[in-house]
Write a protein that binds this ligand. Structure first.
Ligand SMILES: N[C@@H](CCOP(=O)(O)O)C(=O)O
Length: 486
């Protein structure tokens, strides 16, 4: 049975339930499986399996300490009528290019796929571990994770969730979604800072001894809804298999045929899930890592040097405005042939010097990856061209990836990570329309493109604003402590 170990090698191995409850290993590392599990399916099976059935196969393989009937129930709840498409992640096909639409969930971003499941997994993990404490979820967001995490955890008994988002640099709709979140157990704070600062604070609090004393006194188990939590990543593996199954069902590929995958990425969770899928049997020929102007990952893959010492840019693909890409640490662990000493040193270099150099032999292990970045102007141009040529509307993050795609002989899954309505102002600008804010922006986009405003957004601007508090980075710990105190 697999267990989970820290990428930095200085924490004991834990079960999958424990890894989900902890979020981050005590040594600051990220939990990774100590061996690749075997999926109980063949690629030929995929074309006749529902999304939920594929999810059962992936979840049971990666979460072997959970009872299978509990996982069935969790999956039934996570992928039910709250999804606006029965396939959960349908494909939109244009020749060899297939957009894997990951945005049909409650908050219209790919984060829903995992964050509809994570609360179920957390509850099951707590039951399994005999944990009778309240569970507090701390989350940093550049716009999408926070919204989706609250949609998942809102009013879940014995949980609380606190979200930190950068005050500047999220879309109008993301702001409205978060500030008007009605869940009684939700706490939302705008930060005078950027995503990296929010995420650093989350990681520090997860391993802060004094904060842990407070949690112990209050009988609280702390975890995270970010993709540093392995419980966030596992559900994301499922959709690559589901997309592959749809390609077989449509007759585009034969079982076993290799595909390419292109992913717009900031925190690297979505890309890493594709890599995990490939390690447990999905035939992937090539991965393209797409970045926006915060192109730290592009330089890393092209030059083998990760250097966060650069200006942090607020862009029109804001969910990817990230310079410290947490999940890369998990890829480094595999690229270094599971050498936690090397990973620990690289992470120390990143912390202390702001950069690290990947050893040459590990660069070879990443030869299936290439990387590129897309400017804000090209994002606008790509949205306009895609709409003009294919009459298909894409959001700015999907455009970051689309700009790097060029048609080849292989079928390609391109992760379409958010609804274009979630970034209505940017999409309107791209289409040469006035970027009106609020409900008027949704109406303008609907009229300009003769598309329907997603039902998930129907009453969004009627919800009252509940969360207005803005804090500085110095105030994070005390603010979260006050929120979580009974
Ligand atoms: N893009 C994210 C940033 C956090 O990433 P995560 O996948 O680690 O949760 C966002 O929109 O919040």
């Amino acid at each position: 049975m697999i267990s989970y170990i820290s990428t930095r090698g200085n924490s004991p191995a834990v079960s999958s339930a424990q890894a989900i409850l902890k979020g981050l290993a005590d040594d600051g590392g990220l939990y990774v499986p100590d061996a690749w599990p075997t999926l109980d399916l063949t690629l030929a099976d995929l074309k006749s399996l529902s999304y939920q059935e594929i999810a059962v196969k992936v979840f049971t393989a990666f979460l072997p300490d959970f009872a299978e009937e509990d996982l069935h129930e969790a999956i039934r709840k996570a992928y039910g009528s709250q999804w606006q498409n029965e396939q959960i992640v349908p494909l939109a096909d244009f020749g060899h290019l297939h957009y894997l639409e990951l945005f049909h969930g409650p908050t219209m971003a790919f984060k829903d796929v995992a964050l509809q499941a994570l609360p179920q997994l957390v509850k099951l993990a707590a039951k399994k571990e005999g944990l009778d404490k309240e569970i507090a979820i701390l989350t940093a967001t550049s716009g999408d994770t926070g919204t989706a995490a609250m949609a998942g955890f809102a009013d879940v008994p014995k949980t609380k969730i606190a979200v930190l988002y950068p005050k500047k640099g999220i879309s109008d709709i993301q702001r409205q979604q978060m500030q008007s979140e009605p869940g009684k157990n939700t706490y939302v704070y705008g930060l005078e800072g950027n995503f990296d600062q929010a995420q650093r604070a989350v990681k520090e609090l997860l391993s802060d001894a004094d904060f842990h004393d407070f949690l112990e006194k209050e009988q609280i188990q702390l975890s995270s809804a970010n993709s540093i939590n392995i419980g966030r990543l596992i559900p994301q593996i499922v959709y690559y298999f589901a997309g592959y199954g749809q390609l077989i069902a449509k007759g585009d590929i034969a079982p076993g045929e290799a595909i390419d995958i292109v992913v717009p990425t900031g925190n690297f969770g979505n890309m890493l899930a594709a890599y995990y899928a490939s390690q447990v049997g999905l035939p992937v020929h090539h991965f393209t890592v797409a970045s926006n102007e915060n192109n730290v990952l592009t330089d890393f893959f092209n030059q083998g040097v990760y250097d966060r010492r650069r200006d942090f840019k607020v862009t029109n693909a804001p969910a990817m405005d990230i310079l410290v890409s947490s999940n890369l640490e998990r890829l480094l662990y595999f690229a270094t042939n599971r050498n936690s000493d090397v990973v620990r040193q690289l992470m120390t270099d990143l912390q202390e010097k702001g950069q690290y150099h990947l050893p040459a032999e590990s660069r070879t292990a990443l030869q299936d990856f290439s990387a590129g970045w897309t400017s804000q102007e090209t994002v606008l141009q790509t949205i306009q061209e895609t709409y003009g040529k294919d009459h298909y509307l894409i959001d700015p993050h999907t455009a970051v990836a689309k700009a790097l795609y060029s048609e080849g002989s292989r079928h390609t899954l391109l992760a379409s990570t958010a609804s274009p309505y979630k970034f209505a102002q940017t999409v309107l600008t791209a289409l040469g329309k006035e970027a009106v804010a609020g409900q008027a922006g949704l109406v303008a986009l609907s009229e300009a493109t003769k598309t329907t405003i997603p039902v998930q957004m129907a009453n969004l601007y009627e919800r009252p604003i509940r969360h207005r508090q803005v804090i500085t980075t110095d105030q994070i710990k005390a603010t979260i402590q006050a929120a979580f105190k009974h």
